[in-house]
Design a protein around this ligand. Structure first.
Ligand code: 9UX
Length: 68
């Protein structure tokens, strides 16, 4: 497993945080996802054989938020 911290902007309330956490948790290869509003970021533990930080950022973007 590897860990990555991804800056996320566009989250404005706890519902947004829950949405991003849900999307990441459901993504292939994700073992654990923690999301915070302040600062806006997602910390993800993932299987590098199954996904990539690029794919994780794409999942965040597809949910309507901006991943840095
Ligand atoms: Mo809060 Mo976010 O009412 O997508 S859930 S702004």
């Amino acid at each position: 497993m590897e860990d990555v911290t991804i800056p996320v902007s566009g989250m404005t309330c706890g519902g947004c945080v829950a949405s991003v956490r849900r999307v990441l948790s459901a993504a292939p290869g994700v073992a654990e996802a923690e999301v915070s509003l302040q600062p806006g970021e997602a910390r993800v533990r993932y299987d590098p054989a199954a996904t990539t930080p690029r794919a994780l950022r794409a999942a965040i973007e597809a949910a309507g938020y901006t991943a840095g």
